[in-house]
Design a protein around this ligand. Structure first.
Ligand code: TYD
Length: 132
């Protein structure tokens, strides 16, 4: 399946590392929303949905977690363990996040505002939508 991982350019010097994210440059869409999750218990599972139209980039800015990507045909696990990597979770990509390290901070850049109507939270419905 087509997994897109962005390896961001690090602007580093002896003072530390810096990564700049710019819409329509190294982020492939206009960013309307940024959110982050933290304090996840190790056994927590988040996500477990797809979006009809939303594009998102997930970046584990601290710690690590795993993302199960599912396009309705194939599944693939992606490990996010570096602030230098961004995973594209595009429209109609079922995704589940788990295996959170204690210090995990998961930053998400999203192409649109929050809209519950854009979610597909039922896996059977997701599979049906994929076949259309
Ligand atoms: P959800 O997207 O299901 O979280 P995750 O994918 O990390 O498991 O959202 C969890 C709750 O937070 C849900 O009630 C919707 C709400 N929420 C907002 O109000 N605004 C937002 O931008 C997001 C992402 C979620």
């Amino acid at each position: 399946m087509n997994i897109e991982i962005f390896n961001f350019k690090i602007i580093g010097d002896e003072r530390g590392s810096l990564i700049a994210l710019e819409e329509c440059k190294n982020i492939p869409f206009k960013v309307k929303r940024v959110y982050y999750s933290y304090n996840m218990a190790e056994k927590t599972r988040r996500g477990s949905h797809a979006h009809k139209t939303l594009d998102q980039i997930l970046i584990c800015v601290k710690g690590s977690c795993a993302i199960l990507m599912d396009d309705g045909t194939e599944k693939q696990e992606v490990l996010l363990d570096s602030p230098e990597k961004g995973l594209l979770v595009g429209k109609m990509a079922w995704h589940e996040m788990y295996g959170f390290s204690q210090d995990c901070v998961l930053l998400v850049l999203a192409s649109d505002y929050y809209d519950e109507n854009d979610y597909i939270r039922n896996y059977e419905r997701f599979l049906k939508e994929c076949m259309r």
